[in-house]
Design a binder for this molecule. Structure first.
Ligand code: URA
Length: 190
């Protein structure tokens, strides 16, 4: 499937019960040919209302943090979620919902063909990196799988709840910037 076909199919998805309560499917946003991809867990209220990922308070924090390492959604990264529809009351997505939805993300990853995937928070990291991933212990580490480098940072909502985690996240972001310069310097070409 090409991008237009994939998006059109995804927007019609009824593979799990989240389709009953969603306002919009939150497919993904950013540069479809980027070498760097960010993956969150699932849409919150603002994302459900707009159809765009990471546009609420946490999203704004993420956007601001990524600016510091010269990443801009309109220029050099793609961003999507593990589940494309909002879990009611912002609960964690269930294993069944993740499994029903993951094929959309797998196809997005195939089309983007990124060199680096940054998981935002524990849930994305347990799905994409390792089911036993511990965000407090394993954030900022780099893993190689099927020709793609993976890492994870704290979810922006966790940084809003607990600002003491921000300094270590800035260290992780500096390491991500260095890894981008090494793996895919085209990301920073003007
Ligand atoms: N949290 C996420 O994990 N994804 C979003 O798109 C918004 C908030």
């Amino acid at each position: 499937m090409n991008w237009d076909e994939l998006r059109a199919e995804c927007l019609k998805c009824r593979r799990c019960g989240l389709c009953e309560t969603r306002t919009n499917v939150v497919f993904g946003d950013g540069v479809q040919t980027a070498s760097v991809m960010f993956v969150g867990e699932g849409p919150g209220e603002n994302e459900d209302l707009t159809g765009l990922p990471f546009v609420g308070r946490g999203g704004q924090l993420l956007t601001d943090m990524l600016k510091i390492i010269d990443l801009d959604r309109s220029k050099n990264y793609y961003i999507a979620n593990i589940v494309k529809c909002r879990p009611p009351q912002n609960r964690d997505p269930s294993r069944l919902e993740e499994e029903a939805c993951i094929d959309w993300l797998r196809q997005q990853i195939e089309l983007v063909s990124p060199k680096l995937i940054v998981c935002l928070g524990r849930i994305a990291a347990t799905v994409l990196i390792d089911p036993d991933f511990k965000i407090t212990k394993d954030h900022g580490k780099f893993f190689s799988k099927d020709g793609i480098t993976y890492t994870a940072i704290y979810h922006p909502a966790a940084l809003l709840r607990d600002p003491r985690r921000r300094p270590e996240t800035f260290e992780d972001l500096k390491a991500i910037q260095a890894e981008i310069r090494r793996l895919c310097p085209e990301t920073y070409a003007e």
